[in-house]
Design a protein around this ligand. Structure first.
Ligand code: OOG
Ligand code: NI
Length: 320
């Protein structure tokens, strides 16, 4: 499916088409996300001000994340088709029993060229709707049952503008404030998705590629705190994988003025920003620093870290 229809290979033409489509999708996501999350520009400006980068283009986006409802026609099974068609590869699953979530991560196409090697990974999670109370399930289905066929099947996945429009369109009717609040009391994640849908949940600054003095997560977190950026404290500000190789932190989600049905409005959690340091694997400890690539660093994700990062949008963090 990812191969060229003409030559049956991942040829230069096919790669070029992936890149064009992907760049359209990624820039559409980042544009709307930057508008919605003032911390994004604040952090970029602070990084420029500290001479870490010349512009936003110097930031490597480690990964982006999306949330979905695990119901027929939606969920990971539907959402992943978009990025699989653009050359992404499905990697490892993760489970979050307490939060009733499943997740997978996807590796970007290993395309040669100036940008291909450093496209963001993708982390997609879904709510295990069947595991919620019957009340919460009924609320979710009231909205999601309006989706009667997999909407991704109707999309032209070679058309970046069409994918961009799809990701930012309301897939189901706007919820009532009462339904939002009932969901929030049982599952913060459910409430987030019923309102925010496929809005980009976060992008992630690769800390290890920043200049010396900022390229360790503790240094970068100190910099953010000095500049007054509020960080998720769940499980400690810096989350460290058991192997020590993946170190992550995130902001507390910023509030957006949500408009519910009947003109009700409320400030609710929107999206946040994440920071990741991927350490060089022990077997590559002797590789000179100017020759290090992604292949030399800790890959993938870590369930224990992710479990706490999810809480960046929870009222336990936003209400601190
Ligand atoms: C995703 C939380 C997990 C990571 O990098 O492990 C995560 C979410 O909040 O939807 O981002
Ligand atoms: Ni993340």
């Amino acid at each position: 499916k990812n191969l060229c229809a003409h030559c049956a290979n991942l040829c230069a033409l096919r790669v070029k088409n992936f890149m064009t489509t992907l760049q359209t999708v990624l820039s559409g996501l980042m544009r709307r996300y930057t508008e919605r999350v003032p911390d994004v520009q604040r952090i970029i400006d602070a990084m420029i001000d500290a001479d870490m980068i010349d512009s936003a283009a110097d930031i490597e986006n480690d990964h982006i994340a999306f949330r979905t409802m695990g119901v027929p026609n939606l969920g990971i099974a539907s959402f992943e088709k978009i990025f699989l068609a653009l050359g992404y590869e499905k990697r490892d699953p993760y489970q979050f029993v307490e939060k009733k979530l499943n997740a997978w991560w996807y590796a970007p196409p290993a395309l040669d060229g100036p940008h291909g090697g450093n496209l963001p990974r993708i982390f997609v999670s879904e709510l295990r709707v069947d595991d919620l109370s019957t009340t919460a399930q009924a609320i979710i289905h009231k909205y999601t049952d309006t989706v009667t066929a997999d909407p991704v099947d109707a999309l032209d996945l070679t058309d970046g503008a069409a994918i961009d429009a799809f990701l930012h369109q309301p897939l189901w009717p706007t919820p009532t404030l009462a339904d939002y609040q009932t969901l929030l009391a049982e599952s913060e994640y459910a409430a987030w998705v019923i309102y925010n849908r496929y809005y980009l949940n976060h992008f992630t600054i690769s800390v290890h590629n920043l200049p010396e003095g900022y390229n360790r997560i503790d240094e970068f977190v100190g910099f953010l705190q000095d500049r007054g950026i509020r960080l998720n404290s769940s499980g400690g500000v810096v989350k460290v994988s058991p192997d020590g190789g993946l170190r992550q932190a995130s902001t507390v989600a910023q509030l957006v003025e949500a408009e519910f049905t009947n003109g009700d409005t409320q400030r609710i959690a929107g999206s946040y920003v994440e920071f990741a340091e991927r350490r060089v694997l022990p077997e590559f400890a002797n590789v000179p620093s100017d020759q290090l690539t992604r292949a030399h660093r800790r890959e993938g994700f870590e369930a224990g870290n992710a479990d706490k990062i999810f809480e960046s949008t929870f009222t336990t963090q936003t209400g601190r």
